[in-house]
Write a protein that binds this ligand. Structure first.
Ligand code: UDP
Length: 473
């Protein structure tokens, strides 16, 4: 970017949860590599998690959440912290109480712009009062944002229908009512407070300077255009940000340093043949009932394929009897946090069973992998539509009901899971075609971030624009 870019000072402020923190760290690294001066604002605990993966040139600035003041447990510095639903509200309140400390940071550092998470809508007002442009970090796809927008417009017309077609979108997208992300369902529940937060998000987003997306134009071009032209947002597609760093140390440490586990995974995968392993992971908090976990265990076993399976549930021993012995050498179970980028990008991995969180979906795309889609909630059912119907790189396992409660969610039987894995990893015409498409998407993703690629150019444009309009010269 030349010497002018070196003067551009950007301040990043993520929401405190892994799936929001990780892409923003990657994004900060990318802007740092393009010559911007970066301050990254986060809490102490989160700073220690990201330190091994953030560029040395990035200045980490600590902000403290007054958790005790809001009745939160000691060390509760992120939204992944296990909390009762009542306390969840207090967590958001505690974060919003950072209004004045955030203002003091802006007063002292006077950045040229701030990039703050969509879940921190109040940061817009702080930045606006100081005349600093605020860019929103949206952690989801253009496709999902377009669906949400279309859904809001057609919701009153849906009535009792079980399914409906979303109006005005580039493709015919039909949704089951049970798959929709309907915020109105929060009314009367302990999560009702989120309605107010989403109202504020929707109010300030159009007033903000623009939105930076972890996506790339070629992936969802019609929806990137729709987002800009029909929804009228100023958008920069600058991803996939997880491609910011290709070295093993970075991939092993992303989200928490676990060098022993990373090298165990690599050793295990090195023994497997190319494309033979299925990787199963449901994001940072994909929980299942014991009954569902048992079905999963049996389905994976019956598929006869090798697998790495990440299980977030606690340590209860729910494995079917003799399971450990039966899968020895063929299946590896990781409890807790796995080095996902390292695993997905190993040559032995040939398929990904995902809950369709946007980060995971995009990471699967970058790795050039076909996927089995198993959405649980949030906008994951929309990402499934993108992967299965638009991009045609996914096979649905058949999850039909938005339900974050693992105990009430309908169970998917072992035989169905087995069939989906066999289909994904098989040699049938469809599977081969799916694999071919996935590989092309992976290549396109890499091309987008390389010099001259669409995301590379968007970053250039955005930085130049910020330099041109800055007030503090
Ligand atoms: N992740 C990881 N190891 C795990 C689980 C998750 O590295 O064991 C990372 C994953 O690579 C992704 C993020 O955590 O970057 C999860 O984000 P996503 O949007 O997929 O799902 P969410 O956690 O929001 O449901």
């Amino acid at each position: 970017m030349g010497s002018k870019a070196n003067d551009l000072h950007m301040l990043f402020f993520p929401f405190m949860m892994q799936s929001h923190l990780l892409p923003l760290v990657d994004m900060a690294n990318i802007f740092a590599s393009r010559g911007a001066r970066i301050t990254f604002l986060t809490t102490d605990v989160n700073a220690s998690i990201i330190r091994p993966t953030i560029d040395d040139s990035v200045h980490l600035h600590i902000i403290s959440i007054p958790y005790a003041e809001f009745g939160l447990p000691d060390g509760c510095e992120d939204n992944d912290f296990p909390l009762s639903l009542d306390l969840r509200k207090n967590f958001f309140k505690a974060v919003a109480s950072l209004y004045h400390p955030f203002d003091a940071v802006l007063r002292d550092l006077i950045p040229d712009c701030v990039v703050t998470d969509m879940f921190l809508p109040w940061t817009y007002h702080v930045a606006a009062a100081r005349g600093i442009p605020r860019l929103v970090f949206q952690g989801i796809s253009n496709f999902s944002l377009c669906i949400m927008d279309a859904y809001e417009r057609c919701r009153p017309l849906v009535g009792e229908a079980e399914s409906f077609v979303l109006p005005g979108l580039p493709h015919r997208i039909e949704l089951l009512k049970t798959q929709a992300l309907d915020l109105n369902k929060l009314a009367g529940t302990p999560m009702e407070f989120m309605l107010e937060i989403f109202k504020e998000i929707n109010e300030v987003e159009p007033k903000s300077y623009g939105t930076v997306m972890n996506s790339f134009y070629e992936l969802e071009s019609e929806y990137a255009d729709h987002h800009r032209e029909v929804m009228g947002r100023r958008v920069w597609n600058i991803g996939p940000v997880s491609l910011c760093n290709q070295n093993v140390t970075y991939k092993s440490a992303r989200g928490g340093e676990q060098p022993t586990l990373a090298s165990e995974c690599l050793k295990w995968l090195d023994k497997k043949s190319r494309g033979s392993v299925v990787y199963i992971c449901f994001g940072s908090k994909g929980l299942f009932s014991v009954a569902q976990l048992k079905e999963m265990a049996l389905g994976l076993e019956a598929s006869n394929h090798s697998f790495i399976w990440v299980v977030q549930n606690g340590k209860n021993n729910w494995f079917p009897e003799g399971y450990d012995e039966r899968i020895k050498g063929r299946g590896m179970v990781i409890r807790g946090w796995a080095p996902q980028l390292l695993i997905l990008n190993h040559i032995a991995v040939g398929g990904f069973v995902t809950h369709c969180g946007w980060n995971s979906s995009l990471e699967g795309i970058c790795a050039g992998l076909p996927m089995i889609t198993w959405p649980l909630g949030a906008e994951q059912f929309y990402n499934e539509k993108l992967l299965v119907e638009v991009l045609k790189v996914g096979v649905e396992v058949g999850s039909k009901v938005f339900d974050f409660n693992p105990e009430t969610r309908p169970i998917i039987e072992a035989s169905i899971i087995e069939a989906a894995v066999r289909n994904l990893m098989g040699e049938g015409e469809e599977a081969v075609e799916r694999r071919r498409r996935a590989k092309i998407l992976g290549e396109n993703a890499r091309r987008a971030i390389e010099k001259g690629g669409s995301s590379y150019n968007e970053i250039e444009k955005l930085m130049q624009e910020l330099i041109n309009q800055r007030k503090h010269v």
